[in-house]
Design a protein around this ligand. Structure first.
Ligand code: PLP
Length: 408
């Protein structure tokens, strides 16, 4: 696939990446190849192609893709776009974020090197999978300051961290973490920040993981995962993907790729709305505190994270009972897990997304996580005001009862 100019601004890359050859193909929209198998030119070339893909390479130029578990051109097209957005040589797409993490651990660990350091807090599914023993890895959990002490020289294969972290929005200094990892590859889950706001590979991360289910897809209609990385890691990941069968379906790849074009404007607009909602929540008497990335050393133009993002979490004075009240009263927000879509979602991490996390690391019961969508923030604030209940509605002027009428 040819490359558009490497000097394009990020917004232009989001629109055009992975589409360079479309005009030559005589099409304008992204083509979808649903073939589960591919005609073989002859035994020899087909065999060479199979061999190449089973060991993490691309199909032999004349051998074809052979079988769709090994390679799919629609998926490869998305991967080339993602690599450009994350400033990495390659990217590898999976059936989900958790399939991507599974492949990363399997690809990076080996006999004698089965130790993984996991920085908490992190997404509950990640915490759970790493601690499950299913992947044959031995895991040490730590906080960002504990990375160096957690390393086992000669045995640690991978450091896994998330910034901002799900659900508390805690930040990790990526450069400092890479430093502390002392040469051990660091995987950064960049799901919350997106490549629009943060490029961990520029700061030394070896692997950049996304649950593409969230912002990259952006419309709540696809489950997908991707890891952006260098060519050596990409080959190891593709090999695991081919043998375990974790390839993203081409229809999913199409949807994620289509979502990329609007990613920058979605993220910026959602971020603007989130800032308004966070400010309002911060002044609400029933809110103990708002977890929201603050402008400072790590956040702001030219910093590790170029903006504050569109995720936030709140602790409620009324605890779990009030969380129950808010989640059942909202109409414009959908009470649902997941995040990063065009519509706003609200959920209780301790009971849902972080339920499998051991009690000592589980988020508190008074915490709600909010994913701010593209609605007018005034309508979102009105919805939250109603959810938080009596005594506060007077503080919000212009609250319209019909604000929730369009809620999905
Ligand atoms: C949702 C999520 C995942 C898991 O991704 P799936 O696509 O659901 O498998 C991983 N990390 C973070 C931060 C997430 O929010």
């Amino acid at each position: 696939m040819g490359m558009t100019s490497p000097f394009l601004q990020p917004d232009s890359v989001a629109v055009h990446a992975g589409r360079d050859d479309l005009a030559a193909l005589g099409v304008h929209a992204l083509p979808i190849d649903l073939s589960s198998t591919n005609p073989l030119p002859d035994i020899e070339l087909g065999g060479l192609s199979y061999e190449s893909m089973a060991t993490g390479g691309a199909p032999h130029p004349e051998g074809g893709a052979v079988y769709a578990r090994l390679w799919n051109p629609t998926v490869a097209r998305l991967e080339s776009a993602l690599a450009r957005l994350e400033h990495t040589p390659e990217a590898v797409a999976f059936a989900s974020g958790m399939a991507a993490l599974t492949a990363a651990v399997l690809a990076m660990t080996a006999e004698g090197r089965r130790h993984v350091v996991a920085v908490r807090p992190m997404y509950g599914g990640t915490d759970h999978l790493l601690g499950s023993g299913l992947l044959g890895a031995e895991v040490t959990y730590c906080d960002p300051d504990g990375i160096r002490a957690a390393l086992r020289p000669g045995a640690t294969a991978l450091v896994v961290l998330e910034t901002p972290a799900n659900p508390t929005l805690d930040l990790v200094d990526i450069r400092a973490a890479v430093d502390a990892a002392d040469g051990v590859p660091v995987l950064v889950d960049n799901t919350f920040a997106t490549p629009v706001l943060q490029n961990p590979a520029d700061l030394g991360a070896a692997l950049v993981l996304h649950s593409a289910t969230k912002y990259l897809g952006g419309h709540g209609d696809v489950v997908a995962g991707v890891i952006a990385c260098g060519s050596e890691h990409a080959a190891a990941l593709r090999r695991v993907r081919a043998v375990t069968g974790a390839l993203l379906h081409p229809l999913g790849a199409y949807l994620v790729h289509r979502g990329l074009a609007t990613l920058p404007i979605r993220v910026r607009a959602q971020q603007e709305g989130a800032a308004r909602v966070a400010a309002w929540l911060g002044g609400h008497p029933d809110v103990v505190d708002v977890h929201y990335p603050e402008l400072g050393d790590l956040v702001g133009p030219g910093r590790q994270m170029r903006g504050t993002g569109a995720m936030l979490a709140v602790r409620l004075r009324g605890g779990y009972a009030q969380a129950q009240q808010v989640t059942s009263a909202v109409r414009l927000f959908t009470h649902a897990v997941s995040l990063g879509g065009v519509d706003s979602l609200i959920q209780h991490p301790a009971a849902l997304t972080h339920r499998p996390v051991p009690p000592e690391a589980r988020p508190s019961a008074d915490l709600l996580r909010l994913s701010i969508g593209l609605e007018d923030p005034r309508d979102l604030i009105a919805d939250l005001a109603r959810g938080l209940g009596a005594g506060v509605s007077g503080a919000v002027t212009g609250v319209r009862e019909e604000a929730g009428a369009g809620a999905a």
